[in-house]
Design a protein around this ligand. Structure first.
Ligand code: GTR
Length: 329
């Protein structure tokens, strides 16, 4: 027979064992990842690839289950849930998370990057690493950036060749005040809608157009309802993969390294797929008869959006970040 003292020693021992195992991250876990894009989209493929790396390197202890196509909800809601720790990983566009993490809005600023090469140089270098390292006060951990090309404006009404043609058009934007401000500055009427409602919005004429990169324009079928795509390339807002602070702090230092490295590798894996899809999407739109307006003067667009900078530059940290990004050759 055990006496009370024995029993309490056994309980203490079991609890200590449990806590040690927890802190070593020894328990197998399934991590839930959210992505708004469909299964074939390069960001989703990258998450699946990352999942295979994590499973392999953790000796099968950790798995990533990828919920694509908005299965866990629209981007804004899944981000809130990630911050609260109900979703573990989230691949989002910087414009969305910019409403919570101010430095992310900088990456979505209009005409900030001179080219995709400039953007990649910034994100692959020390500035990118620094930005990824700055998420923790906001409840996230930044793991990697993914490519997203440049965003341009498309519509179903008429070819847009200058700002005057945008006047009064109802253009859908992501749920972000900064994106709304950009479209408003161009003389159009911004309509903030979740990604999943854009196709119906275009089909029912609730909106006249939207703005996005080639793959998003085509893989969502938006191109079937908006036959005019103007190469405004007004922002190159990339994608970012974040983990909830809660899930991250439950990992051992060794497992944190596994996740970080797997995320970084998935970003390189994604880049190849991205280039190919960008090219194919543009061709698919062209073949379907979408009229691409390439001959536009971007200067007036840039000048009209200057107010976005005036606002951002009031914050010394953001001002310094903008200046450093511009200086990257
Ligand atoms: C895409 C991006 C999505 C989402 C979408 C949108 O380019 O990959 O995460 O932000 O744009 O416009 O809502």
């Amino acid at each position: 027979m055990y006496c009370r003292a024995d029993l309490s020693r056994i309980v203490t021992f079991v609890v200590a064992l449990f806590l040690t195992a927890c802190s070593a991250g020894a328990f197998a876990r399934e991590f839930r990842a959210a992505d708004t894009q469909n299964e074939e989209y390069p960001t989703v493929q990258a998450l699946l690839y990352m999942g295979s790396l994590v499973a392999e390197r953790s000796g099968g202890r950790h798995q990533i289950k990828v919920f694509h196509s908005r299965q866990l909800g629209e981007e804004k809601e899944t981000l809130e849930q990630t911050r609260a720790g109900a979703i573990d990983l989230n691949r989002t566009n910087v414009a969305l998370i910019g409403t919570m993490v101010p430095a992310m809005n900088v990456l979505a600023m209009p005409f900030l990057f001179r080219s995709i090469e400039h953007l990649q140089k910034v994100l692959d270098g020390p500035i990118g690493a620094e930005i990824l390292g700055s998420f923790e006060p906001y409840g996230f951990v930044g793991l990697a950036f993914y490519d997203s090309g440049a965003r341009s404006i498309y519509n179903s009404v008429h070819p847009v060749a200058s700002m005057a043609d945008l006047k009064g058009l109802r253009i859908r934007v992501q749920q972000s005040e900064q994106m709304s401000a950009m479209i408003r500055a161009l003389g159009a009427e911004p309509v903030e809608l979740p990604y999943g409602q854009v196709l119906t919005g275009l089909a029912t004429r609730l909106i006249d157009g939207a703005e996005n990169n080639w793959p998003s324009f085509v893989t969502t079928d938006h191109y079937k309802h908006a036959g005019f795509y103007t190469l405004t390339e007004h922002t190159m807002s990339p994608e970012v993969l974040v983990m909830s602070q809660k899930a991250w702090s439950g990992l051992s230092a060794e497992d944190q390294k596994v996740f970080r490295e797997a995320a970084q590798r998935s970003s390189r894996f994604m880049r190849e797929k991205w280039r190919d899809l960008e090219e194919r999407s543009r061709k698919q739109a062209e073949t379907a008869g979408v009229r691409i307006i390439t001959d536009i003067d971007r200067k007036p667009f840039e000048a009209a959006m200057a107010g976005i900078y005036v606002k951002a530059l009031q914050d010394p940290a953001l001002a310094q970040l903008i200046e450093r990004i511009r200086k990257v050759e």
